[in-house]
Design a protein around this ligand. Structure first.
Ligand SMILES: C[C@](O)(CO)[C@H](O)COP(=O)(O)OP(=O)(O)OC[C@H]1O[C@@H](n2ccc(N)nc2=O)[C@H](O)[C@@H]1O
Ligand SMILES: Nc1ncnc2c1ncn2[C@@H]1O[C@H](COP(=O)(O)OP(=O)(O)OP(=O)(O)O)[C@@H](O)[C@H]1O
Length: 282
């Protein structure tokens, strides 16, 4: 009998995000740079032999069957014909609708975790392809390496940017990704850039102007963090981040902002916590 498997589902940042155009199906062509954070949800998997997938979580707003964790597990059963089931326990740490990819990361951790628990032997390519059907951000979490992404986010080139400490502020608003991508004023015609070398400094997120305009809380957080360092939106928000050379400096800045802001400090990492944990199991 295999014991319980516990794995992290870390957050990501989009260090830059350019929108190049819109495809016929409404999805947008992007260029973005993904890096992981050492800050994560935690998922535990207990094997069941009756084929049932049961998620135990305190997430009240997401119905069981539409949770990306359950959807990922079911898709994996369908792909492989696996007769086994699982009890999954979710400890939610990452803010939802924050642009740090919590739901997508949970899905990826479920795919890799169940591939291990159910001993399916699926390749990373297969899991990344399946992941893309769950969300544009899932493949990078399946791969687990910081990357330039093109296409809708699925064409990944691994890269190794610096790994600073980040202050991430979490404005208390929910930003809908679909709403931002359908905004009439969104920039959709950025020229493609050369993805190498890794662009440094003054890069931008094309979603930021429309998000700032629609959500004054986000603009406020950007202004506050911007007093200390270059501050930017991740994904479609609401979270904003800034880099610092040490944990001590990041902690100091967060402490100065805690009166009005919610946030956390986390190290950037080019190999995701999930993959570091899985490597430790082998
Ligand atoms: C903004 C990013 O977080 C950057 O990493 C991702 O591109 C969004 O990834 P995600 O949350 O996994 O997005 P999905 O769940 O696939 O899509 C949510 C909605 O965002 C829009 N969407 C998303 C990704 C993309 N490249 N173009 C889009 O237009 C679509 O309207 C879609 O209905
Ligand atoms: N396991 C899950 N955790 C969080 N959200 C989930 C989960 N499953 C489904 N969802 C749904 O997905 C929505 C987006 O959640 P998520 O936390 O991934 O947002 P996000 O950080 O903005 O993601 P992204 O950066 O990919 O745009 C939630 O509002 C919720 O309805």
């Amino acid at each position: 009998m295999m014991s319980r498997l516990t794995l992290p589902a870390p957050a990501k940042l989009n260090l830059m995000l350019h929108i190049l155009g819109r495809r016929a199906d409404g999805y947008h062509e992007l260029q973005t740079l993904f890096q992981f954070l050492d800050h994560a949800d935690e998922l535990s998997f207990d094997l069941r032999d009756d084929g049932q997938v049961i998620l135990h979580s305190d997430l009240k707003d997401v119905p069981h069957e539409s949770n990306l964790i359950v959807r990922a597990a079911r898709k994996l059963q369908q792909l492989t014909g696996c007769p086994l089931g699982v009890d999954i326990y979710l400890k939610k740490v990452l803010p939802m609708g924050g642009g740090i990819g919590g739901g997508s990361s949970d899905a990826a951790t479920t795919l890799l975790g169940l591939n291990h628990l159910w001993q399916l032997g699926c390749s990373e390519d297969q899991l990344a392809e399946l992941g893309l059907t769950l969300g544009a951000d899932v493949p990078v979490f399946v791969r687990g390496h910081a990357a330039f992404a093109e296409g809708v986010g699925e064409k990944l080139t691994p890269v190794d940017p610096e790994e600073p400490w980040y202050v991430v502020l979490v404005p208390q608003v929910f930003v809908s990704t679909a709403e931002i991508f359908s905004h009439p004023l969104l920039t959709r015609n950025s020229p493609p850039i050369k993805m190498r070398p890794v662009p440094k400094g003054n890069s931008r997120n094309d979603c930021q102007p429309v998000v700032e305009q629609s959500y004054p809380e986000v603009r406020n957080s950007l202004n506050l963090l911007g007093k200390f360092t270059d501050a930017r939106l991740t994904g479609t928000g609401s979270c904003v981040f800034g880099a610092f050379p040490s944990k001590a400096e990041a902690d100091k800045v967060l402490a100065l902002l805690t009166e009005t802001q919610t946030g956390f400090v986390a190290k950037g990492s080019n190999i995701s916590m999930l993959h570091r944990t899985l490597q430790g199991l082998l």
